[in-house]
Write a protein that binds this ligand. Structure first.
Ligand code: 2YG
Length: 272
């Protein structure tokens, strides 16, 4: 599980307009539309309800990340919801939020980042939501993915969410993870839901054989310029970005990557 750093999140709140414009240029969707699409909900009627959202700092484990709850709250506010950061932290923050009548809680410790709908009990996990949100973006970037071969790199929660979302829209999915048992576990989970995925064991060969990639792993600089053609499309929820700088430049608007925005927005619509 990657742990964000202050530098990953500190600029988010003040750059959401620019971020959204770039997202519209790349996918044709605003952040709100993309998140709603990721969870198959309308992007208009649902969010109009003035829901109260509480974002709660958690001090457990390695403690709070400077700018994290501020970034989460700014993304939720940008979507049109009423988001506040609780004054108290941890259990005190949860109590404060519930006593203030919050409808939705967002909180993250070192292992889980969740959104909870207090009224319905619905829970959304950042990993799965991020995978779904990025696939929604990739679908728009590629004008549909049915029958397309997609390579998912990283069989963790994000890669699992992405693989499931891809199978649901009829893509042909291959999985690569440095830990073969992780790929096998993901494959087993999807088989239980009636979906078959291919397991790749040779990364170089897999990268050479796919033009549509989901980088859902924390490795750095493993997607190189030689792996990128004019047709390559990459959705990269993984932090840090796994593409070398020359490759990022070559991809320009064919690369979808952000530290928090798509995942948080998808969690919000997921628990509506
Ligand atoms: O409340 C706080 O400030 C901290 N307890 C937050 C800790 C978050 C740790 N988790 C991560 O940094 C990431 N898993 C968050 C999601 C990354 C998005 N791909």
């Amino acid at each position: 599980m990657t742990r964000l750093k202050k530098d990953d999140v500190v600029k988010i709140a003040t750059s959401l307009e620019d971020y959204n414009s770039q997202l519209v240029r790349m996918t044709g969707c605003s952040l709100r539309e993309l998140a709603a699409h990721a969870v198959a909900k309308g992007s208009n009627e649902d969010y109009v309800q003035k829901l109260n959202v509480a974002v709660i700092p958690m001090t457990c484990g390695q403690g709070v990340i400077e700018g994290f709850v501020e970034s989460v709250a700014s993304i939720i506010s940008y979507l049109g919801f009423n988001a506040v950061i609780t004054k108290s932290r941890d259990a005190g923050g949860v109590a404060e939020a519930v006593q203030n009548g919050s409808d939705i809680l967002f909180m993250a410790d070192d292992d889980r980042f969740v959104a909870i709908n207090v009224k319905t009990g619905k829970v959304s996990d950042n990993g799965e939501a991020t995978g779904k949100g990025y696939v929604a973006g990739l679908v728009h970037m590629c004008d549909g993915l049915e029958g397309e071969k997609v390579l998912v790199i990283g069989a963790g929660p994000v890669g699992t969410g992405a693989a499931l979302a891809l199978k649901r829209i009829g893509a042909e999915v291959s999985i690569y993870d440095t830990d073969l048992s992780a790929s096998q576990r993901l494959s087993g989970e999807l088989i239980k839901q009636g979906y078959v995925v291919e397991i790749e064991t040779d990364l170089e060969g897999a990268l050479g054989g796919h033009r549509i990639l989901v980088d859902a792993c924390p490795a750095e600089e493993f997607i190189m310029l030689r792996h990128i053609s004019e047709h390559t499309m990459i959705a990269a929820p993984g932090i840090p970005l796994g593409i070398e700088a020359l490759g990022v430049a070559q991809l320009s608007s064919r690369l979808l990557h952000d530290p928090l925005q798509i995942g948080v927005a998808t969690m919000m619509f997921d628990v509506l």
